[in-house]
Design a protein around this ligand. Sequence first.
Ligand code: PEP
Ligand code: MG
Length: 327
Amino acid sequence: AEEDGPDAITARVETADGRPIEVAANVGGETELGPAAERGADGVGLFRTEFLFIDRESPPTEAEQYEAVTAALSAFPDDRVVVRTVDIGGDKPVPYLDLPEEENPFLGRRGVRLSLGEHAALFETQLRALLRAAATEHGDRLAVMFPLVSRVEEVERAVETVESVAADLAAEGVDHAVPELGAMIETPAAVFVADALAERLDFLSVGTNDLAQYVMAADRGNDAVADYHDPLHPAVLRALDRTTAAAADADAWVGMCGEMAGDPALTELLVGLGFDELSMSAVTVPEVKARVRAVDSGAAAALADDALACETRRAVTDVLDLDDRAE
Ligand code: PEP
Ligand code: MG
């Protein structure tokens, strides 16, 4: 399989018993698009638009953002491209925005909180670029998601903003379309209202880097608590299960775009938990695709049930047959 030619590597992948799983790439800059396509990614599951905002003195224009998104769509003409609206604040500061200093930035104003608050104008500009990109040749493959959601009202207001931007573009006679819309599931609050979020949206995508941080109360960047920042803690697994169940009940698709998605040792578990899409750093795409092909989805569901019944990380790693590296 290592010697598979380009056709084999770019083929969409399904489990041994025929369940399709999208294996997509996380992209944090335009230079990553080519390598992601070469690795055979089925599109982009997380387009981190922050790269458009950092290392400069002013926010990107609508035209710059439109160019960046249409470049991503052209790099994957047959695949979905999921663009995250800008996720600044927390660990992603942007000097020219003058964000107030906060004692606990990870528990402060970040992600969609800023987009619906003091940076509403930035959000509208970004949405204009996205809705225009959705009307281009490959634009029907565009999806847009909102980061760090914790309230149903945030999604309602974000969707209303999308609608009002669409109305403005229509009044101006500008070509546009409304893309698929989704929420990132990164907070315990979002997990517990995932049913209500999924009813209002086309998809959910779990950001396990933040979700593990907030479920475990362990800073994702602090080495002193790195072992607490644990996606295999039963609480995190149960949060994933609750999210995939909520999506399935609402007929929404559900993906994962945190680091956990790129660990080939967890592919069977994640398929068993019900994820439709896994998005990861491009380097791991071929290996995860190979794992998906070997999965039987019935066995994977049984494995997930066993993992969900565990009370400790140790028990989870035993079920998954992993070395328990963190204690
Ligand atoms: C996450 O939190 O898992 C995620 C994918 O977003 P980021 O790492 O950019 O916060
Ligand atoms: Mg995140």
